[in-house]
Design a protein around this ligand. Structure first.
Ligand code: GAP
Length: 469
């Protein structure tokens, strides 16, 4: 049994199998932006639906929001992103390749068998480390002085002026949670929510990532699934532990991840808005090991205090029982949808060796996805293109398509069609043969065991319901 070995293999498989394409390929590509194909989109939608379900359908204290990508420009000044949302970069003086300074230093120490975190250090601090240890680029060349670059993406929305001045600039949101803070007042006043409560949203975020060579792990346009939990300050310790546990459980139970491939990592140095922070990391073998998947941040009262100060609006909470007025604190869970999809694909991708009925060695790529995540739940495969089998197959597809995402495929041999479905993770293949015309039964093949059973068509929906959910 083999797993994905490197990013090049991952990228080309994801394209060939119809999951992820590089953007604008016909124009030579567009760096760090990706398009999701039919199967990629279906998988992404399934992940999003399960995230929303775990927070809203399965709880009583979290509600949804879909806020605008564009917000008042002051949002990003108040949030601290205009002043302090930077990446520190260095350049190889010979090859002119750019790297994140913290990554170059960490990798340099790793090669020496030392584990040092450079997370969130300033340009000056990183420059000192480079100088002290005489750190070179990965190709062994001298590095330029570290320099800070702001990650916010600017736009000229609503102005005829082509230049970006402080007066006319609008930003594409750098994180989705800011939309939640701006709506806190409306949710408090119109939905009459009582603390503690959460607001969750899924949507696009944009960052001017200058070093983005890691497939869909780090891109300039991506989707975040963020939940902000508003609470009393004294509850923070308990809530932090509860959210850590709940989010880890979701990755294991709902995304089907082996717990050995997940771990918590506490931040050594905190980003400007956080007073405590843990990452959930996944062992991305195609990226060389454990990397951040999700952040769980105790943001304190930073965000509501800042937005209250800059907007002049009171963003507090009145406790009618105690007569107390205070600014709620916020516990954040923030996970990349695209990064989750990358994890799910990497975890599920398996190459298996098989023996054919006549004793020859063969292999198949099979995506061992949780059935709830599979883009296609059932494939409908007529044994031949004979019209009577085609019409019977479409009739059977119509029996179940209202309940499950199905795919009709009549091209190539049945063996090849099984392989195609295994590769995209389809749990069940239904084959319609000439016997079906007489006995109204079909062959159902299981993706994982490859075992086949004969099922009467009028029992098909019950069989699938029992086995898929
Ligand atoms: N609101 C908090 C926040 O945005 P973050 O650690 O910057 O925190 C949260 O981002 C998550 O968003 C990350 O753990 C990651 O999954 C995802 N993410 C961040 N930057 C990304 C990028 N450039 N490309 C893809 N996903 C990204």
């Amino acid at each position: 049994m083999k797993k994905l070995e490197n990013l090049d293999q991952f990228r080309s498989w994801a394209k060939e199998a119809g999951f992820v394409y590089s953007s604008s390929e016909i124009y030579g590509g567009f760096a760090a932006v990706y398009d999701y194909g039919h199967y990629g989109t279906l998988l992404k939608n399934n992940i999003q639906r399960l995230w929303e379900k775990s927070l809203t359908q399965n709880r009583n204290d979290v509600v949804l929001l879909d806020s605008g990508i564009f917000m008042h420009p002051k949002t990003w000044v108040a949030s601290g992103h205009v002043g302090g949302f930077d990446d520190v970069l260095v350049e190889d003086k010979k090859t002119h390749k750019r790297f994140r300074a913290d990554h170059v230093i960490e990798e340099w120490f790793e090669k020496k068998g030392e584990n040092k975190s450079m997370d969130k250090k300033t340009a000056t601090e990183l420059a000192e480390v480079i100088k002290e240890f005489n750190i070179k680029s990965p190709e062994g060349n001298d590095l330029t002085e570290p320099r800070s670059f702001n990650l916010l993406v600017k736009s000229n929305l609503g102005t005829t002026d082509a230049s970006f001045t402080e007066e006319n600039v609008t930003y594409l949101r750098g994180e989705t949670c800011q939309g939640i803070y701006l709506e806190y007042k409306n949710y408090r006043d119109t939905l009459r929510l009582k603390l503690p409560f959460g607001i969750a949203q899924v949507g696009k975020a944009f960052r001017n990532e200058l070093v983005a060579r890691q497939f869909i792990f780090r891109t300039r346009e991506f989707e975040q699934m963020e939940m902000q939990y508003f609470h009393k300050p004294e509850d923070k310790k308990k809530l932090f532990e509860e959210w850590k546990e709940s989010r880890m459980k979701w990755h294991i139970e709902e995304m089907g991840i082996n717990p050995e491939n997940l771990r918590f990592k506490e931040h050594d140095k905190l980003i400007f808005y956080a007073t405590a922070a843990f990452d959930i990391e996944y062992n991305f073998k195609t990226l060389g090991g454990f990397k951040e998947l999700e952040g769980i941040h105790d943001r304190g009262d930073y965000d509501l205090t800042q937005h209250s100060k800059f907007s002049g609006e009171k963003l507090d909470y009145f406790n009618q029982e105690t007569g107390e007025r205070f600014t709620p604190h916020i516990m954040e869970t923030s996970v990349g949808l695209n990064r989750t999809l990358m994890m799910v694909l990497e975890e599920a991708w398996t190459e298996e060796e098989l023996t054919t009925p006549n004793g020859e060695k063969d292999f198949r790529i099979v995506l061992k996805l949780k059935k709830s995540l599979a883009p296609i739940k059932v494939a409908i495969l007529p044994l031949s293109k004979k019209p009577e089998l085609q019409s019977k197959s479409l009739e059977i597809q119509n029996l179940i398509r209202n309940n499950y995402m199905t795919q009709y495929d009549e091209t190539a041999s049945i063996g090849k069609r099984y392989r195609r479905q295994d590769e995209i993770g389809t749990p069940y293949c239904i084959t319609i043969d000439f016997d079906t015309l007489n006995d109204n039964a079909v062959t159902v093949r299981d993706r994982d065991t490859m075992q086949q059973v004969r099922i009467k068509t009028d029992e098909l929906n019950d069989y699938l319901k029992h086995n898929l959910y």
